[in-house]
Design a protein around this ligand. Structure first.
Ligand code: SF4
Length: 354
């Protein structure tokens, strides 16, 4: 018998619900028309494959999109250069950038305008960092670790600010920011943390729950920054952790001597994959499910203005359209009930994001 502990919150965040819904709504609004998406709409293999099966085309180069077509910018955001390229090709650009990524873009623009140099803490090749950097390429330097600090070119230490990628590990970011502050004592902070609520809360849940289990399974893709960070955080507290796209990747040897497994999911991982994983583990080992509530989230984003505009052009009233979302905790409860799987919920709530 195995005890399965489900971390709450886990899985889709408000930005991912919105980005996925944008593509869903476009498929309905423009039947028969090709829908192009620049980069993966969110970093999850299953989400992308499911859209591909419905005819959506994913591109990494705007020149691959035929002139006049519809192009969606992914949740990670794009640089102004890419927007200009889309305009030059007369594309109908629909912007599914997460508003919390846009917030970081706006901070970069604002600080660069008043002559600040910006130290962007993040992963240099990540799509989000590429997009943010593109807002002010001459003013932004990317810092991936404290080892990068000696190579920074600083003109005026009194006009220096740091910003961060939204999906970093809060622990890792703290180490880098501390090192930056030691090197540049006048370093300015962003008005509020750039690491988003969803990243922070999923990490809080893993940090709280991982020490009391034998194994942590994180559902998510390898190119999903926040999913990888969840795995690293579990390992940091000394618990074995595996990042899996779905149940097909489970290996029998992972479960030797394991009595309690914690399951969580990155912000771009669909909840049905979590259900499949639970069903598989219950079938293999038997057991019960305990959902542990650590942080409450009530964040919702509306549909982007660019999509609403297209809806109006096509005779659809956007005020009747809302982002579709299904909260994972009640969905899991209903699913477990329907399967007669023994379960309970433990309220360990330490806070809420509204
Ligand atoms: S992880 Fe955070 S920044 Fe990324 S889409 Fe979700 S809410 Fe937005």
């Amino acid at each position: 018998m195995m005890k399965l502990v489900l971390a709450n919150p886990r899985g889709f965040c408000a930005g991912v619900y919105m980005a996925i819904d944008v593509v869903d709504q476009l498929l309905e609004l423009c039947p028969g028309e090709p829908i192009y998406v620049y980069h993966e709409i969110v970093h999850n293999m299953h989400v992308v494959d499911r859209f591909r099966d419905r005819g959506v085309k994913f591109v990494e180069d705007v020149d691959d999109v035929p002139e006049g077509s519809i192009l969606v910018f992914s949740a990670h955001g794009v640089s102004p250069m890419l927007r200009a390229q889309a305009e030059a090709r007369r594309l109908t650009a629909i912007d599914a950038t997460c508003p919390l990524v846009t917030k970081v873009h706006n901070e970069a623009i604002r600080y660069a305008r008043v002559g600040y140099q910006i130290l962007l803490v993040g992963h240099v090749d990540h799509q989000e960092v590429v997009g943010t950097r593109g807002e002010a390429p001459d003013s932004i330097q990317v810092v991936q670790s404290p080892a990068d600090i000696p190579n920074l070119v600083i003109h005026d230490p009194a006009k220096l600010v740091y910003l961060t990628q939204t999906t970093l590990s809060t622990d890792d970011a703290d180490v880098i920011i501390k090192a930056l502050k030691t090197a540049f004592p006048l370093l300015k902070e962003p008005p509020s943390s750039d690491i988003c609520y969803a990243t922070t809360n999923r990490q809080r849940a893993v940090r709280a729950l991982a020490p009391s289990v034998d194994l942590v399974l994180v559902v998510g893709s390898r190119n999903s920054s926040n999913s990888v960070r969840l795995t690293e955080i579990a390992e940091k507290v000394g618990t074995k952790a595996r990042l899996i796209d779905d149940k097909s990747e489970l290996q029998p040897e992972w479960f030797e001597g394991v009595e309690t497994t914690l399951i969580t999911a990155g912000a771009s991982a669909p909840e049905d994959l979590v259900h499949d994983l639970i069903a598989e583990l219950i079938e293999r080992f038997g057991g019960e499910v305990e959902q542990r509530d650590i942080y409450r989230e009530e964040v919702e984003f509306g549909l982007p203005g660019t999509l609403k505009e297209l809806m109006r052009e096509r005779g659809v009233d956007p005020s009747n359209c809302k982002v579709v979302r299904t909260d994972s905790a009640p969905a899991l409860h209903n699913w477990l009930e329907s399967r007669n799987i023994p379960h309970r919920t433990v309220d360990l709530t330490i806070g809420a994001t509204q």
